[in-house]
Design a protein around this ligand. Structure first.
Ligand SMILES: [Ca+2]
Ligand SMILES: [Ca+2]
Length: 410
């Protein structure tokens, strides 16, 4: 049981993704009060794979939010040790892959948690700090053919590693000795390591790196173009060795966007290709950023000039991209970026779902006029550490305490 250690580190680190006094005292018993339904559900039908933006009709976005009373988050599987990411392999298998922070990836197949982990690299993952560990996972778009997948983790000493692994002949078992390290980034402080990893519609791998840590970005990493900290990186894993810099990266290096504080989770809308980022705030504001597909790189998301849409070390200025949505620490303490819903329920189409780790509040976000409209839809009562989608676009979330849920109609 690592929870007592976690709570200790929460008290000492402050202001990060897994650092809230609230986290130590959940408001309700989530399973018995908020999530009343037990596990059993039929296996989802096999998917034919995610549609590509080029062969789908115009994007659909709901014009209003469904009544959340008609929906619930149903338990899919439990027993995970600090789940922090949920991914699918995009291979038609219908499996979900759950990243456990200490350094394992587990498989849910036909609603059953397989006993043997897909990958176990606890021997090289450092999860001593509450924001350290195996933090992110992305499957290569051609995983079914090449067996590749990519992870974002902190190694002994706390530095960030971006590495590729490969599956064995058994699709439910990866080879821990197949590691090929692509990027290593020195971490000056234990917190704010980011963790997000996702392939874009362009086939490139995008990675979220935090500002390095401490508080307030004392090294100025967010606004500096001389460090990979505080950035969204974009690399071409299909060219070069170990990778290539895409020709249209804005600065001739790995940097795609800057001014991030701690991009813990990010995702691409599988229909539009738009990028969505949950950037964890400092002391007052949690934010969601979006970046439309086709927009050239080089975006500056503001940190630490701004915290959300509010002045921090500086003040608002042209060229800074302000959040699509933000909420104050009256409603939470650490944003968990989510997904645009593209599953089978038409009334949820195009709604971006995101949540807060500390309060369990879960919001929907849709365009409204020239801006955005955001609304609390669920008070889940759980520690939302990540969202994920299955191959058919159904949205899942993880309770850091160990349970995976899926949004369903009552
Ligand atoms: Ca750090
Ligand atoms: Ca920002």
């Amino acid at each position: 049981m690592k929870r007592p250690i976690l709570l200790l580190t929460i008290a000492t680190l402050g202001c990060g993704i897994f650092s809230s006094p609230l986290a130590a005292t959940p408001r309700v018993d989530p399973v018995t009060e908020e999530f009343p339904q037990p596990v059993t559900e039929a296996a989802p039908p096999p998917s034919t794979g995610a549609p590509s933006p080029t062969d789908t009709p115009a994007p659909t976005v709901a014009s209003s939010f469904p009544d959340p009373k008609d929906y619930r988050w149903t338990e899919v599987a439990s027993g995970f040790q600090h789940p922090v990411d949920i991914q699918n392999a995009g291979d038609g298998s219908g499996r979900l892959f759950i990243v456990e922070q200490p350094g394992r990836i587990r498989v849910i197949q036909s609603n059953q948690l397989l006993a043997t982990p897909f990958l176990d690299i606890t021997d090289r993952v450092d999860d001593n700090g509450s924001e350290q560990g195996l933090l992110g996972l992305a499957f290569h778009p051609n995983h079914e053919q090449n067996g590749f997948f990519y992870v974002n983790y902190t190694r002994a000493g706390g530095d960030t590693v971006i590495a590729r692994f490969q599956v064995t002949g058994d699709p439910n078992l990866a080879d821990p000795n197949s590691e090929k390290r692509l990027i290593e980034v020195e971490q000056p402080f234990p917190n704010h390591n980011g963790g997000a990893a996702a392939f874009g519609p362009d086939g490139h791998l995008y990675l979220g790196l935090g500002d390095g840590g401490s508080g307030g970005d004392p090294l100025g990493s967010g606004q500096s173009l001389n460090t990979l900290l505080g950035k969204i990186l974009r690399i071409d894993v299909d060219s070069g060795d170990p990778y290539a810099i895409p020709a249209d990266n804005p600065f001739g290096n790995e940097i795609w966007a800057y001014g991030l504080r701690n991009p813990w989770r990010m995702s691409f809308d599988r229909q539009t290709g738009d990028l969505w980022i949950g950037d964890v705030g400092q002391g007052q504001w949690e934010e969601i950023d979006t970046y439309a597909h086709g927009t050239p790189g080089g975006a500056n998301f503001g940190w630490n000039v701004m915290e959300g849409s509010h002045n921090y070390e500086g003040e608002a200025q042209p060229g800074l991209i302000l959040p699509a949505a933000e909420y104050s620490h009256a409603q939470g303490c650490s944003v968990t970026g989510g997904y645009v819903y593209r599953g089978a329920m038409p009334e949820w189409q195009g709604i971006y779902l995101y949540g807060d780790y500390c309060t369990g509040f879960l919001w929907g976000l849709i365009p409204s006029g020239d801006g955005w409209q955001s609304q609390v839809l669920f008070e889940t009562g759980v520690q939302i550490s990540t969202f994920g989608e299955d191959e058919s676009g159904e949205v899942h979330l993880a309770d850091y305490g160990g349970t995976i849920y899926r949004l369903v109609q009552k």
